[in-house]
Every structure is written in C-alpha cells, then in structure tokens.
Design a binder for this molecule. Structure first.
Ligand code: SAM
Length: 222
C-alpha cells in the first residue's frame, strides 16, 4: 500500500464529522467519488450517511486490486448495495501527466525522501482500465442539481482532475477536496480563492493535510 493511501477517512476524523454535518444540512441528489482505495475510508463514510435514504453513489478506483478489496470490505460491512464501484481512471488517459510535467515543488508531497519521488505517482495510475469515467458520469442527461463530488485521487492528479471535473460540470454542486495543503489540491484551492463568483468556501480544515468543502455555482457565469 502506498503511503498516501494509508490515509483513509476514519470514523473519528475531522472530515468524518464534517461529512455528517454536510448530510444533515443538505439533500444531495447523487455522490461521485474519485479514489475509493479499500472502501473503508470515505466510501464507507458516505454509505453510512445514505443508509436510510439511498441516493445514486458512484465511486471510481483505478487500481484493480484496491477495487476488488473495496468490493470485499464493503460487502462484509453490509454497505455494498449503497455504492456502485467502478474500476477506472477518472480522467481521459491523455490528461495523465508525463514525469517531467509533475511539479513537486509547490507543496508537500508523499514521497519526498524517495530516490525518485515522482515514480510512485506515475505507478499509482498505471492500470489498463476504462478511462474518462467522470466524462461518462457527467454526460448531460446524467448530471443533476445538488450533487456531491469528492476528489481524493493521486497526489499528482488532484489539480488535473479538479480542472477536468469543473470543465464538465454545468450544475450547482458541493465539492469536497481532500489534501488541500498538499500537491494534490494546493493549486485547486488557489484557483477557488481566485474565483469567488463561482466558488463559495464552506469549510477549510487543516486536519492532516487539510480538506475543504466548497459550493460550486456555475450558472452565475455560464
Ligand atoms: C488517497 S487514496 C483514497 C483514499 C480514500 N478516499 C479513503 O478515504 O480511504 C487515493 C486512491 O485513488 C486511486 N486513484 C488515484 N488516481 C486515480 C484516478 N485518476 N482515477 C481513479 N482512481 C485513482 C488510488 O489507486 C488510491 O486508491
């Protein structure tokens, strides 16, 4: 297991508390999650919130082994019927960065002491699976008002995945970014702060590598 994936959202984490509060205050129409890992972290937290009132929930995981593990873990926990797990890459394959395009200097990254700190990130998404799952899920007929989008993929993919999701999104939604004080979503947060007309920051929390909850309201500009 790579180091960054050991950091799932546990039941007593600040993020778990914020997720509970968010569901108490909102009625979401659909959940899309990027980065299932073993299913015991954020995926389970969302399942627990929709147990009594299920809504469509899609969780994307590129790693075939983790995808299988998540199936098994969620089945054991009695949560499997609440989520559709998809073994795929969130973005089109041509958006995957080349090694020389990865900039680890902007914020904390996971493998700083490794001899080749970019290679684990490249390996993390190197699976021959379906790509552009977000593109499929955001087809015009599928997207609904008030969805919840949770972005927690590979460190070097956060900003790319965020931009891609925003380029597809046409309707109001709530976005949770994990690892905002980390290369994963450092740039995404800079972008959000620079565009207050379409993004409202609901919560910024420094827990672990930071997370943020944001309302996206694109109709004001599109
Ligand atoms: C930080 S872990 C996710 C942790 C999980 N959300 C939790 O709370 O336990 C990141 C996961 O995203 C997967 N991943 C990375 N990049 C991805 C991508 N572009 N599309 C789909 N899955 C991706 C990795 O294989 C890894 O399992």
């Amino acid at each position: 297991m790579s180091k960054q994936c050991g950091m799932g959202i546990n039941k007593d984490d600040a993020m778990a508390e914020s997720i509970k509060k968010l569901f108490a205050e909102n009625r979401f129409s659909r959940i899309i999650e990027c980065g299932t890992f073993n299913g015991l972290g954020s995926t389970s937290r969302f399942c627990e919130q929709i147990k009594d009132n299920p809504i469509p929930f899609f969780s994307i995981e590129v790693n075939t082994f983790y995808y299988a593990m998540a199936h098994q873990n969620l089945r054991k926990a009695g949560l499997k019927n609440l989520v559709t797990l998809i073994n795929g890459l969130s973005v089109p394959r041509n958006l995957l960065p080349k090694k020389e395009e990865i900039d680890l200097s902007i914020a904390y990254s996971d493998f700083m002491n490794a001899e080749d700190p970019k290679q684990p990130y490249l390996d993390e998404v190197d699976f021959n699976v379906l790509d552009d799952v977000l593109g499929e899920l955001y087809q015009t007929d599928y997207e609904q008002e008030n969805e919840l989008l949770f972005l927690d993929s590979a460190g070097h993919m956060g900003w790319i995945e965020f931009q891609y999701a925003i380029s597809l999104a046409r309707k109001n939604k709530t976005i949770i970014l994990d690892d905002t004080n980390h290369i994963k979503h450092f740039k995404s947060m800079q972008h959000i702060r620079q565009h207050p007309k379409i993004f409202t920051i609901i919560e910024e929390n420094p827990d672990r590598h930071g997370f943020a909850i944001i309302k996206y309201h694109p109709e004001q500009t599109k």
